[in-house]
Design a protein around this ligand. Structure first.
Ligand code: CP
Ligand code: NVA
Length: 307
């Protein structure tokens, strides 16, 4: 039984296979002939935070693959009245075949996996967003034809998405540079883990301050919100800290013309990205959003098959 709590739970061949399956499932789902990989299975979606894309793509992927989704808003569970995660996990494990969880703390996912006896998929935590990166690597491969040797520059907050991107680059041989202000670096333990994985794949990983210098050689410029879910109390401080980290036409003038622009969405136009860039010819954000469905399908197929 396999869970996906972190990108680091996957080997390089497994990540390659998930990217390949995302592409195959895209064709199969679009042509109306997806495989019934989840027939007879019930997938529970336990969400502590809002979601448009991840929730809907996992629910639809479950249905397309012949399974049944059950959405569980954490705010409506006894969790909010003090029932421990481990008790919740034991009960849900008796009902469900797979648990997809969006949580504040990565530890909640660890507990869910430990006590449910079911595969758990991380649908975003404070530490990582692994299924976002599975579908994003597929989107980059779709646009550029390959991953190895490319350079993706993540501009802004060294958050959950940047952490998973570093690990994803390390597994696939794609260089990742995070350009962020001081105090907003990616998680140190995850960066160290990514560095050790990168030693095998040859990916170069670095954290820099200057976004302009960083994007000069970029194949992909990636950004995300300045204020992640859970960081709302730091909003004003963050607005000041990230002022020089906007992906707008000034920054994109410093990047190669062929660079693509990615955003995991939701986007805040005028903050981390400008409208002209998000809607412009270099943006693949909308295709990236659609591809979350195929990454979700590949992830569900992966955790529900007998290993
Ligand atoms: N990209 C992403 O995870 O979007 P949602 O928050 O809408 O799920
Ligand atoms: N870093 C963002 C991603 C949203 C999809 C957050 O955690 O809110």
């Amino acid at each position: 039984m396999r869970s996906i709590l972190s990108v680091a739970d996957l080997s390089s061949p497994e990540m390659a296979s998930l990217i390949e399956r995302s592409g195959a499932l895209k064709k199969q789902i679009r042509s109306g002939r997806p495989p019934p990989a989840l027939r007879g299975k019930v997938v529970g979606l336990l969400f502590e935070k809002p979601s448009t894309r991840t929730r809907t793509s996992f629910e639809v992927a479950t249905i397309r693959l012949g399974g049944d989704p059950v959405y569980l808003s954490a705010s409506e569970l006894q969790l909010t009245r003090g029932e421990p995660v481990k008790d919740t996990a034991r009960i849900l494990g008796g009902y469900l075949d797979v648990i997809v969880g969006r949580v504040y703390s990565q530890e909640t996912l660890t507990q869910l996996a430990k006590h449910s006896g079911r595969p758990v998929v991380n649908a975003l935590s404070d530490a990582e967003h692994p299924t976002q990166i599975i579908s994003d690597l597929f989107t980059i491969k779709e646009a550029k034809g390959h991953l190895e040797g490319l350079t993706t520059v993540f501009v802004g907050d060294g958050n959950n998405v940047s952490n998973s991107l570093l690990l994803g680059g390390a597994l696939t041989g794609m260089n990742v540079t995070v350009a962020c202000p001081e105090g907003y670096e990616p998680d140190q333990d995850i960066f160290r883990k990514a560095k050790s994985l990168a030693a095998k794949s040859g990916a170069e990983l670095e954290v820099v301050r200057d976004p302009k210098g960083a994007v000069a050689e970029a194949d992909v410029v990636y950004t995300d919100v300045w204020v992640s879910m859970g960081d709302e109390s730091e909003k004003e401080k963050r607005m000041a800290a990230f002022r020089d980290y906007q992906v707008g036409s000034t920054l994109m003038k410093a990047a190669p013309k062929g660079a693509i622009v990615m955003h995991c969405l939701p986007a805040h136009r005028g903050l981390e990205i400008t409208d002209d860039i998000l809607e412009g010819r270099q943006s693949v954000a909308w295709r990236q959003g659609e591809n979350k469905l195929y990454g979700a399908a590949a992830s569900l197929e992966f955790v529900s098959k007998k290993q």
